[in-house]
Design a protein around this ligand. Structure first.
Ligand SMILES: NC(=O)c1ccc[n+]([C@@H]2O[C@H](COP(=O)([O-])OP(=O)(O)OC[C@H]3O[C@@H](n4cnc5c(N)ncnc54)[C@H](OP(=O)(O)O)[C@@H]3O)[C@@H](O)[C@H]2O)c1
Length: 368
């Protein structure tokens, strides 16, 4: 199989290295802005790759929605398989990408886009074949987990720990997508598409981040026997519709999510008959992520499980009746809300600088 790499950064360059001695997979062209290595394979433009009939597969690791999405669409239309690690482009263009792949009889795989190095999507796809997914979610962003874990264990401030994460290379210079929850929301959206055989709009999922979390919040949780984690959650409602939310949560110190250290992820699911299952591992990093891209390429090369789903109808998130109690802090004042739907809470707090986290189930019974 002849593969072209788009994007020669952390993941793309690692994939090129991994494939150097591969028995059947070959990287023949690479398109990227700046390249210090592998210059002999460099393509002057994406068009060059598109027009090359010998290239049957494109591995996209550029990042961002455009031009990555247009390149992937063009590659699929030209009858080339596409593999991507780019959650922003995959979540935004899911419907068009999946349909184009089906129409053109080629594969579209994106395992590395959710959970970096964790083999989550292929296992989710396998599990749902003979069972019905009821619930998915968990810790899907390593940067946020590192910040919350370090604030809890080392008692450091948000700013100090964010600086550490940036120095260690796993938080971006602009950390907004991580700390405001958008990155987690993209991963949940892609997972929901596969789990519930539909196409969800990421913008319709309410999203609360950790930008304004303080030591006071961490201490409030700790004194009640909890730690704070940023959780993605999606459940099937009794009527078959789906609810979804990204929000920090007070997690009992004894819960498995509380034990997830540093920048690790823990993605979980429950099915009608099987489970619960959890997938723990490195949610990011050049090599683990490139390995997941490599596994997708290998699956395609033996024509195995080339899609994660077969239907692509648009579906809307239905959170009516999903009303947790919340811990909310504004300035130094904190309070517990009555049961409140996430959309209603977001509307109440719009324009304010706040931190909000879901309280655990047992607190819902008592006055919140
Ligand atoms: N790094 C991880 O641990 C990880 C984990 C999971 C998923 N991902 C996803 O994988 C993708 C790649 O991540 P990364 O960390 O490898 O990013 P990166 O290090 O920034 O690499 C991206 C590469 O693509 C090039 N590029 C970007 N836009 C381009 C354009 N329009 N034309 C030509 N070249 C372009 C960049 O060139 P310049 O250097 O000139 O900008 C860079 O070489 C992202 O979608 C990311 O979310 C990454």
């Amino acid at each position: 199989m002849q593969t072209a790499i788009l994007g020669y950064g952390t993941v793309g360059s690692e994939l090129d290295l991994l494939l150097q001695d591969h028995k059947t997979l070959r990287v023949t062209r690479i398109f990227s802005r700046h390249m210090t290595a592998a210059r002999d394979k460099r393509a002057a433009s994406f068009e060059e790759i598109l027009q090359d009939p010998a290239i049957d597969t494109v591995a996209e690791m550029l990042g961002g929605v455009e031009p990555a999405l247009s390149y992937m669409e063009a590659a699929l239309k030209a009858g080339k398989n596409v593999v991507s690690s780019n959650k922003a482009a995959v979540a935004a263009g899911f419907s068009s990408l999946a349909r184009l792949a089906h129409e053109n009889g080629v594969s579209f795989r994106f395992t590395a886009a959710v959970g970096g190095g964790i083999p989550w999507l292929p296992n989710l796809e396998r599990l749902k074949r003979a069972d019905r997914v009821q619930e998915i979610g968990g810790i899907m962003n390593g940067t946020c987990n590192y910040i919350l874990d370090q604030m809890t264990k080392a008692g450091k401030s948000f700013e100090t720990v964010l600086g550490q994460a940036q120095a260690l290379g796993f938080a971006e210079r602009d950390p907004s997508a991580d700390i405001d929850g958008a990155d987690t929301r993209r991963k949940l959206t892609i997972s929901m598409n596969t789990a519930f055989e539909a196409v969800f709009d990421e913008q319709a999922i309410p999203c609360f981040g950790i930008r304004h979390v303080t030591g006071q919040d961490i201490e409030t949780a700790r004194s009640g026997g909890f730690v704070i984690r940023l959780l993605a959650r999606s459940f099937r409602n009794a009527d078959g519709s789906v609810r979804a939310l990204i929000a920090p949560a007070f997690v009992p110190s004894s819960a498995p999510e509380a034990a997830v250290p540093d920048n690790f992820n823990r993605i979980s699911c429950a099915l009608e008959n099987g489970g619960p299952f959890a997938f723990f591992g490195q949610g990011a990093g050049g090599r683990p992520t490139a390995l997941n891209v490599l596994h997708d390429l290998e699956d395609i090369s033996v024509r195995r499980a080339v899609f994660y789903q077969s239907t692509f109808e648009a579906a809307t998130v239905k959170n009516q009746g999903f009303a947790p109690c919340w811990y909310v802090r504004l300035g130094t004042e904190s309070f517990r809300t009555q049961p409140t739907e996430p959309e209603a809470l977001a509307a109440q707090l719009a324009g304010k600088e706040y931190f909000a986290a879901i309280l655990p189930e047992e607190r819902r019974e008592s006055p919140c």
